[in-house]
Design a binder for this molecule. Sequence first.
Ligand code: PAF
Length: 323
Amino acid sequence: KLAHTTKTAVLAGMVLAGGILTASAQTTLTVTHSSPADSHFGLAAAAFKKVAEEKSGGTLNVVIQRMDNEREALESVQFGSQECAMGSAGPLGNFVAETRVLDVPFLFDSYDHARGVLDSDVGQELLALFPARGLYGVAWMENGFRNLTTGSKAVNSPEDLRGMKIRTMENQVHMQAWQAAGVLPTPMAFSELPSALQQGTVDGQENPIPVILSNNLDMMQKHLYLTRHVYSPGIFVCNPDFIAGLTDEQKAAVEEGGKAASAANRARVEQDESAGIETLRTRGIEVVEISDRDAYREAMASANAGFETQFGAELLQRIRDWK
Ligand code: PAF
């Protein structure tokens, strides 16, 4: 159970109302995110803080903290030892299994397609499943299309991936897809990735441009392949009991803050996608455009039958056909 009620009792804010100073109670809301402050999630958290604090009339005090282990952040929100978290939806399927459908490789053709689906009934239907699993989904966010990077080993075609150890998120769907391509997927929290790359425990990793840029992964990798093999959604969740304990004004402030966070997050992903690849090239990593993405699609295709069984061909088609 959250300790926010005790935090609420603290008389933290002095509001000047009609010339009279009145003490006002403030509720502290800690939101963790998984990237540096100057990144697609860092800026989203800052946008949330600004709007949620303003719209709550100063009764919400949003504290932003960095926490690289996204699975642990979700567990803490579910357990109630922290109020909210935002980050990639990588480990989300371990909490709300149905969201794994979004992790299917080559499901989305473009950012417009992915955002359209998340903003549609499909996104809302998935968010509606969260409370039964001890989470409240404030908003879908975005991590971006993931790309492969490697150290010394070059990948001239998907054939070269066979037998390579690639760090993946703790995400079953991603792991199944990489296995289909002959890779030995090595799931680990992002916090463990730098040492795994440096020690050669893994041959490479995969992440969106905003993550590669903001975490300087190019300093640890030689090749960046623009495979864009899977869209990586982001998610902003809070503890349902915490939300239930808020006033109506505070609840509305969280929702408004969530929209502002999502907009700031998407804007930064766009900026990183348009300018970041050139920045990375200038910094020295070899950037390889993939002319034959279908070859990667085919390399992972033997996992598709399993995905149809897990998620249903109808839902997958509904997502693919989104217009
Ligand atoms: O690869 C991951 O684990 C995620 O993409 C990350 C970097 C934690 C998102 O911020």
